[in-house]
Design a protein around this ligand. Structure first.
Ligand SMILES: *Cc1c(COP(=O)(O)O)cnc(C)c1O
Length: 384
């Protein structure tokens, strides 16, 4: 197939590009003029305060990435070789990658169809069975998916019974709520991401948050090479270079100020897709769980080829031909070659989501005309 010329298609429509506020440049300039460009100083503190204000977590550490925040969380929780770390199979690899690199064994649990997040009933049963075997996980890691919070209350109740700590991978959950509070609140630790494709960005970066100041102080120590208090360089253990740059912190704080508007716009994008495509057979949009308010960071849809007349891959190619980027939903981690031998419980729901799911262009900066182009391409792909 020959590609249509870019002019005929219009400008490319990426899946989830950064959406600048116009205030990032001045924020950067101010940090440069202050001279504080290291991973310490007032811009970092201001960013950490902004994350605390946005999420309600009292203690926050700015990190170089969401993955770095997760790695520090696993260190703070004392994860070691052979420990089991339980996570939903339907997520990005970074949820468990640092724990795996520390020698932990990931065990993947299925998600539930009403939210696409960790199945808390399955978790409850699996924890009871693990307790009978005398082999409880060292931690459980629920994941907020595509801007939808996992049911942390049910998960905390299940884990609390056995004293298993909960680390919330809230990298996709910034701005989402669960029963009126921010996603991740209540977990021992929560990790956030400010990568370029997330709902707001620092141009790369993350944050680790907790109610416990001791955990964040320990993470802060590890994030800067675990230096003992001494005039010379002294180390009783090894750490990481995981601090966020002051320059990126300034960008991140400027972006965080726009988080409520970004959430409103992402939700409006989702609502427009749902409304404009409601008459097409064989499309089912990601449900919103009853316990919270999703941000709709990504607008995800399930495609039934028998009714829509085309499958998710044909739809992806049709969108690409129209200059719009879409992407299959997460390929389940138990189906990844690297985890083929990992233990698991269930997984049929995650597999069915992967077989049918597609993430549509979802950027908060997408214009209405651009979204109409995407909608027209989806309507054109329907062969029902
Ligand atoms: C983006 C993401 C991460 C990693 O965040 P980075 O800032 O890219 O390191 C971790 N988990 C999930 C679920 C994510 O979507």
């Amino acid at each position: 197939m020959t590609e249509a010329p870019a002019a005929a298609r219009g400008a490319p429509i990426p899946l989830s590009p950064p959406h600048l506020t116009g205030r990032e440049g001045a924020a950067l300039q101010a940090v440069l003029e202050s001279g504080w460009v290291a991973p310490a100083g007032p811009a970092i503190a201001a960013f950490e305060d902004a994350v605390a204000a946005a999420t309600g977590f009292p203690h926050v550490l700015a990190t170089a990435s969401g993955t770095a925040a997760l790695h520090l969380a696993y260190r703070v929780l004392g994860i070691g070789p052979g420990d089991e770390v339980w996570a939903p199979g339907f997520t990005f690899v970074a949820t468990v990658a640092p724990a795996v690199q520390m020698g932990a064994v990931p065990r993947f649990l299925d998600v539930e169809p009403g939210s696409w997040t960790l199945d808390a009933d399955l978790l409850r049963r699996e924890l009871a069975a693990a307790a009978r075997r005398g082999r409880l996980p060292r931690c459980v890691v629920p994941v907020d998916i595509y801007g939808q919070a996992a049911d942390l209350d049910a998960i905390l109740a299940a884990c609390g019974r056995w004293g298993v700590p909960v680390l919330s991978d809230s990298a996709e959950g910034l701005g989402a709520t669960i029963r009126g509070r921010h996603a991740g609140r209540g977990a021992r630790l929560a990790a956030f991401s400010f990568n370029g494709n997330k709902i707001v960005t620092a141009g790369g970066g993350g944050a680790l948050a907790s109610d416990d100041p001791v955990l964040i102080a320990r993470a802060r120590h590890l994030a800067s090479h675990a230096k003992d208090p001494a005039p010379h360089y002294q180390h009783s253990e090894t750490g990481h270079a995981y601090g966020m740059s002051s320059l990126l912190a300034a960008v991140g704080a400027a972006q965080l100020a726009a988080l409520p508007q970004r959430v409103a716009r992402r939700r409006a994008v989702f609502a427009r897709y749902a409304e404009a495509l409601a008459d097409l057979p064989g499309l089912a949009f990601m449900p919103e769980a009853p316990w919270g308010r999703a941000t709709r960071w990504l607008s995800a849809v399930l495609v039934d080829p028998a009714r829509f007349g085309a499958g998710p891959e044909a739809l992806r190619l049709a969108l690409a031909a129209a200059g719009a980027e879409s992407r299959p939903v997460w390929k389940p981690l138990p189906a990844q070659p690297v985890f083929r031998d990992a233990p698991r419980a269930g997984g049929a729901v995650a597999e069915s989501l992967f077989a049918a799911g597609l993430c549509l262009p979802s950027g908060s900066g997408m214009t209405e005309a651009e979204q109409e182009r995407v909608i027209a391409a989806i309507r054109g792909a329907c062969r029902a």
